[in-house]
Write a protein that binds this ligand. Structure first.
Ligand SMILES: [Zn+2]
Length: 140
């Protein structure tokens, strides 16, 4: 089933971006609470982005829409200023990762993203497994 791309109001788009940001921050909170080891601040930022993608993809179509809206916002930010924010990946890279994971999780719903399928490392199965294994001891 192909997911139709709906036109969002500005309010819906802002809500989607905020939703992605909240999940990203939740990823940081979990990393801190669980004392997950990261080799660098940038590695933790990347993991928080992947946590946001994982949580939004798990929510189904609404979450997928929020992830995609956030990725589109990163692309807009990249066009305005390609430099990375403090500690984050450059916005174009953050967008590419979100869109690649979205495609990897559900290629039939997002066939238009197939050209992006090769752009994320780690890929969707690795991202899902890594976070799931990190959280398993705490899920009872
Ligand atoms: Zn962050």
């Amino acid at each position: 089933m192909v997911q139709e791309r709906e036109l969002l109001t500005d309010e819906e788009a802002v809500a989607d971006v905020v939703t992605e940001t909240v999940h990203h921050e939740a990823g940081h909170a979990l990393a801190d609470a669980l004392d997950l080891p990261f080799p660098s601040a940038r590695a933790e930022e990347d993991a928080a982005d992947r946590f946001a993608a994982l949580m939004l993809i798990r929510e189904g179509p609404d979450g997928e829409r929020a992830l995609r809206t956030a990725a589109e916002e990163y692309l807009r930010a990249a066009a305005a200023d390609p430099e990375p924010g403090p500690e984050h990946a450059p916005p174009a890279e953050r967008a590419a990762t979100h869109l690649c994971l979205l495609y990897g999780a559900s290629p039939t719903r997002h066939p238009d993203l197939s050209p992006r399928a090769h752009t994320c490392t780690p890929d969707w199965p690795t991202t899902r497994t890594t976070w799931t294994e990190a959280l398993t001891p705490f899920l009872r």
